[in-house]
Design a protein around this ligand. Structure first.
Ligand SMILES: Nc1ncnc2c1ncn2[C@@H]1O[C@H](COP(=O)(O)OP(=O)(O)OP(=O)(O)O)[C@@H](O)[C@H]1O
Length: 539
């Protein structure tokens, strides 16, 4: 306002700076009016300006309020930012920490990488070293193994030589054993006769039969002859016989078999072996040959079969391989019957004895069964017995009147030695040898009797001819001897059991049996007193 006042004071008056005369009051009033107007103008202007200014002040105040508001907002934003900044500072601290951690880890990593590289280098060098070591170890091991191998080969070679040598020795020993065994058997006689006395049915010992206890080879049959006149004393006639062995009524099946087992061994050694049981019905032939089902009372056939398979198994260790073929045939009325036949009875084939080109005896249409063990053979024996008993029911007492022939063909091959052996073990249960009064026999019975007598006496003749080494042996005179031709004679071993019944009423038959057997064993020697013989009734 001072400036405004100054401006008013300085406002030009009319005529500018022309000074009014002191008198000129009018002029002076006009001037003053001019000045007031001027001032009023100026006040107006100033008021206007003031209004403008007040407007602008209120505007500015509003703006200031606005600005303050904004400032407030800004402040609160700044506060917000400051909080965020604080948070960010915390985050930054965290980040810095992480960063420093990262740096630390980075350093560690670099450190570890360095170490890893060192380790890698170490590993590489160690691997190279190991490789070198391995190679050298392998080489030395290889050399050692090769040396061991050479030693082992040498050892194996020498062992092989020893084994071959031992095998040779065993083989030579086996051959020597066979030779000696055969020599012993030949010394004992290729034809032997054993006598076996059956126990009395009620037990005890028969009075008319005396056995020599000294050597078990003699048997005496005593017959008391009553005085015909009554004036002289009764006389006792003794009939003495000697055989290769006499078995008393108490002899067990085992003891009997011990004697035969040597012959069974001969069969495996390649010699034909034939074992007969001769005697009247009920004298113990079947008991001797087959026995019964109990272990201790088993007879020759099951024991022989057991021994054969056992011995074959042992010879197998020395390179021998055996094949066994079994057959079982019955001869009844000079007719052959297959005891192993299992077909229909209506289709039962007929059989003929034939000789092959190699002079071997064979029977047409007969069952020849390959067997590999004892049980199989025992099964066949059971089948044969079944077949026999079927025929027996159809024809009473038939088995006593037929011969049954069990044959086991044995073939041995020792491929390593290029040797073979072939033999037959023949075990025969003969028909009952009792004679019948001709007048009492008619029809079929007569035919049977003739057939039995014929074949048994022919068997005696054949064995006697063989024992006497006669040039002609009448094998073909009966089916039995024809069938057994291969097993009798030559190097074959023949054993005949003469079974005798101990009952006094069998005296005649017993004497006949002993005479028959005696004829076989001492064919050229007559032991019995023929004059006495004439007095004995044999029917
Ligand atoms: N040594 C013995 N010990 C005990 N019992 C025996 C003996 N010998 C035979 N026996 C018995 O006597 C009876 C007749 O024997 P076995 O059947 O063997 O005679 P066999 O001569 O074969 O007669 P068959 O000619 O009728 O066949 C049978 O019951 C048998 O068990």
């Amino acid at each position: 306002r001072a400036a405004g006042a100054a401006t008013v004071a300085a406002a030009p008056s009319r005529g500018g700076t022309q000074k009014r005369n002191p008198w000129d009051l009018k002029g002076k009033v006009s001037d003053m009016e001019d000045k007031v107007r001027n001032y009023q103008m100026k006040v107006k202007t100033l008021n206007q300006e003031n209004e403008v200014l007040q407007d602008s002040v209120s505007q500015s105040q509003r703006k200031m309020v606005q600005v303050e508001k904004e400032l407030q907002i800004q402040r609160s934003q700044i506060g917000e930012y400051e909080r965020k900044l604080q948070v960010l500072a915390g985050v930054q601290d965290e980040l810095e920490k992480v960063l420093s951690d990262k740096n630390f880890l980075q350093k560690e990593l670099t450190n570890l990488e360095g170490k890893y590289k060192v380790m890698e280098t170490l590993r590489d060098s160690q691997e190279t070293e190991l490789q070198t070591l391995k190679l050298s170890v392998q080489e030395s091991t290889l050399a050692r193994v090769q040396a061991n191998l050479r030693d082992s080969e040498e050892e194996v070679r020498s062992l092989k030589e020893t084994v071959a040598q031992q095998k040779d020795e065993i083989y030579a020993g086996e051959m020597e054993r066979r030779r000696l065994h055969n020599t012993i058997q030949e010394l004992k006689g290729n034809i032997r006769v054993f006598c076996r006395v059956r126990p009395l049915v009620g037990g005890g010992l028969p009075k008319h039969i005396q056995l020599a206890t000294s050597d078990n080879k003699a048997i005496t049959l005593a017959k008391t002859e009553e005085s015909h006149t009554g004036k002289t004393a009764d006389t006792q006639k003794n009939y003495n016989f000697s055989f290769d062995r006499v078995f008393g009524p108490r002899t067990s099946q085992q003891e009997v078999f011990e004697e035969i087992s040597l012959l069974v061994q001969s069969a495996l050694d390649g010699y034909n072996v034939c074992c007969f049981a001769y005697g009247q019905t009920g004298s113990g032939k079947t008991y001797t040959m087959e026995g019964d089902e109990f272990d201790e009372t088993r007879g020759v056939i099951p024991r022989a079969v057991q021994q054969i398979f056992k011995a074959a198994g042992k010879l197998g260790e020395q390179g021998w391989e055996f094949t066994f073929t079994a057959s079982f045939v019955e001869i009844y009325n000079e007719t052959l019957r297959d005891l192993l036949y299992t077909g229909k009875s209506s289709k039962r084939p007929e059989h003929e004895i034939r000789k092959t080109a190699s002079n071997e005896v064979t029977i047409t249409n007969l069952t020849y069964e390959r067997v590999i063990n004892e049980d199989q053979v025992l099964g066949l024996i059971a089948l044969a017995n079944q077949n026999r008993s079927t025929a027996q029911t159809a024809q009473n007492d038939r088995s006593s009147r037929s011969h049954s022939v069990f044959q086991l063909d044995i073939e041995g091959v020792n491929a390593g030695r290029d040797v073979k052996c072939k033999s037959t073990l023949c075990l025969v249960d003969l028909a009952g040898s009792e004679r019948m009064v001709k007048s009492q026999s008619q029809g079929d019975r007569f035919k049977e009797m003739t057939a039995i007598n014929g074949s048994l006496s022919n068997l005696g003749i054949v064995i006697a001819a063989l024992a006497n080494k006669e040039s002609y042996v009448p094998y073909r005179n009966s089916k039995l001897t024809y069938l057994l031709q291969g097993c009798l004679g030559g190097n074959s071993k023949t054993l005949m059991f003469v079974n005798i019944a101990p009952e006094p009423d069998s005296f005649g038959e017993t004497l006949n049996s002993l005479r028959f057997a005696s004829k076989v064993t001492h064919s050229s020697v007559c032991i019995c007193d023929l004059s006495v013989n004439k007095k004995i009734r044999v029917d």
